[in-house]
Design a protein around this ligand. Structure first.
Ligand SMILES: *[C@@H]1O[C@H](CO)[C@@H](O)[C@H](O)[C@H]1NC(C)=O
Ligand SMILES: *[C@@H]1O[C@H](CO)[C@@H](O)[C@H](O)[C@H]1NC(C)=O
Ligand SMILES: *[C@@H]1O[C@H](CO)[C@@H](O)[C@H](O)[C@H]1NC(C)=O
Ligand SMILES: *[C@@H]1O[C@H](CO)[C@@H](O)[C@H](O)[C@H]1NC(C)=O
Ligand SMILES: *[C@@H]1O[C@H](CO)[C@@H](O)[C@H](O)[C@H]1NC(C)=O
Ligand SMILES: *[C@@H]1O[C@H](CO)[C@@H](O)[C@H](O)[C@H]1NC(C)=O
Length: 438
């Protein structure tokens, strides 16, 4: 049994109640929500074991609470995360908060905040955007932390270093994988919400690899315009795909011979449709013309595209080829998925990649870095040329190995430098290194 010593989850439900709570006290007793408009309206699912997000009523904002009128980042509900014994660190809480979707409409999502057993001094928090890579809310990190050893291990490694961890379900309530604004807004608002429960003056940085780099990158670009009150000590992304159209083209080819990539392509196409009705319509028209779908029904379409028996690699190749020809989809990808168009990251940043990462070209990442630097951002570009480790491995592993090396060997030092103020004091740098010579 773990004790709730360093993080105090509040079972409070309304905005006014939450704001009135002592947010950073060291106490093992949960506060009783004070009376106030709508107090008690949050759905208490009483879950002692985790429930799928699609089945857990807690994952929706309370009815008639006027949550739409609150500011982005407002805490709508909070609870101790179910099954504290199964989460890493000393305690964990879930926060339901208000955010904004890709169409600038109010929406909500959940984040999980975890406390380390021994917080470092001065305190620091890492917002870790996991590679959720799914068009289903049931793959949200807040739930997957109980199921996925890899996620548990990554978060635990940060907690062991004394960092608080914020882990947002950044795809939102529709699981909008590859919707840039949704992911960026949710990441930024999750930090605003998490800070209410963390020590005053805490420093924070964010990181994401692969699918998680997508949310992190969008958050870094949107931070200045969308969440100007946040001051990140730094941001890191790895295994990124700055031109999503190009990543789709690469995935189309890769999945013909390596099924590990197929799931990502299927998920990304559906994630875009989850957020953009016009893209979903285009996808369904194509499926109907291919004889895969009889009538327009997005839920049915999703099942078909995710099924390897209904759509094999060749069918996915054809379907995605037609989808990328659609002007509607091209427009959506340009507006809501491509990097480098929505603002300049003002926090110092690390961009790392393996030179042979098959998901994007080094030229694309280099030009993203160069563009940022040209406009005055501070970015360290860490390019890994090491071919020895991945020799003889499937191409999926070039991407995977860089994630492991970047997260466990590289970023810990970069985070420390970000928090002690020694990271990239000015300008931009390029490091050509295999993570052994930092
Ligand atoms: C801790 O909880 C107890 C019991 O609810 C309360 O009396 C006390 O004031 C709390 N301490 C702090 C520091 O909030
Ligand atoms: C959870 O427990 C509380 C108190 O016993 C009860 O009022 C509430 O209805 C329960 N919630 C659910 C979803 O069962
Ligand atoms: C908690 O908040 C109080 C008042 O805002 C502050 O003085 C104190 O330093 C904070 N505690 C920690 C551990 O940061
Ligand atoms: C993005 O990739 C696509 C497909 O490879 C390419 O046609 C397009 O020119 C690229 N866009 C930019 C801005 O480089
Ligand atoms: C900052 O952190 C880096 C990385 O751990 C370390 O090498 C350096 O000595 C630290 N500098 C200061 C001033 O604490
Ligand atoms: C990594 O780079 C260093 C220095 O460039 C080199 O000595 C070392 O052999 C490389 N390690 C691997 C595994 O390639």
């Amino acid at each position: 049994m773990r004790s709730l010593v360093t993080l105090l989850p509040a079972l409070a439900c309304t905005v006014s109640t939450v704001l009135a709570l002592p947010l950073n006290t060291t106490n093992t007793t949960l506060p009783t929500p004070a009376p106030g408009a709508g107090a008690g309206a949050c759905i208490i699912s009483n879950a002692t074991s985790p429930i799928l997000p699609s089945k857990d009523p807690w994952y929706k904002p309370p009815a008639n609470s006027f949550w739409e009128t609150t500011l982005p980042g407002t805490v709508l509900c909070s609870r101790p995360a179910p099954a504290q014994d199964e989460t890493p660190g000393s305690s964990a809480m879930n926060i339901l908060f208000r955010t904004t979707d890709s169409h600038d409409n109010p929406t909500w999502t959940v984040t999980t905040v975890l406390a380390p057993s021994t917080p470092r001094s001065p305190p620091a928090m890492i917002s870790y955007q996991h590679f959720m890579d799914s068009p289903s809310v049931d793959d949200s990190p807040s739930y997957r932390i109980y199921k996925e050893v890899e996620l548990y291990f990554i978060v635990d490694s940060l907690l062991q270093k004394g960092y608080y961890v914020n882990m947002p379900d950044y795809e939102g309530p529709k699981a909008s994988f590859t919707a840039g604004k949704m992911s960026g807004h949710a990441t930024l608002d999750s930090v605003t919400a998490a800070l209410r429960f963390l020590p005053d003056g805490i420093q924070y940085a964010m990181y994401g690899y692969s699918g998680g780099s997508f949310a992190t990158e969008w958050a870094a670009e949107l931070a200045e315009s969308y969440a100007p009150k946040l001051h990140f000590a730094g941001a890191g992304i790895g295994g990124a795909y700055p031109n999503v159209t190009d990543a789709f083209e690469k995935l189309r080819e890769l999945q013909l011979t390596d099924s590990a990539w197929g799931k990502h392509l299927r998920s990304a196409m559906l994630g875009i449709g989850n957020e953009h009705q016009d893209a979903a319509d285009s996808a369904m028209d194509i499926l109907i013309s291919m004889g895969k779908l009889s009538t327009k029904d997005w839920e049915a379409a999703k099942k078909i595209v995710r099924s390897t028996s209904k759509m094999d690699a060749q069918a996915i190749y054809d379907f995605s080829g037609q989808l990328l020809q659609s002007a509607t989809v091209q427009n959506v990808l340009e507006e809501d998925a491509r990097f480098g168009l929505h603002g300049l990251p003002r926090m110092p940043m690390v961009i790392h990649r393996h030179e042979l990462d098959p998901l994007s070209s080094t030229a694309e990442t280099t030009s993203l870095w160069f563009g940022y630097c040209f406009h005055g951002a501070r970015v360290l570009y860490h390019l890994n040329p090491d071919v020895s480790k991945a020799q003889g491995q499937a191409n999926f592993d070039w991407h995977r190995q860089e994630g492991i090396d970047g997260m466990f060997k590289g970023m810990p030092q970069y985070f420390e430098q970000m928090f002690n103020g020694t990271f990239l004091p000015d300008g931009c740098r390029w490091v050509y290194d295999n993570w052994t010579v930092l």
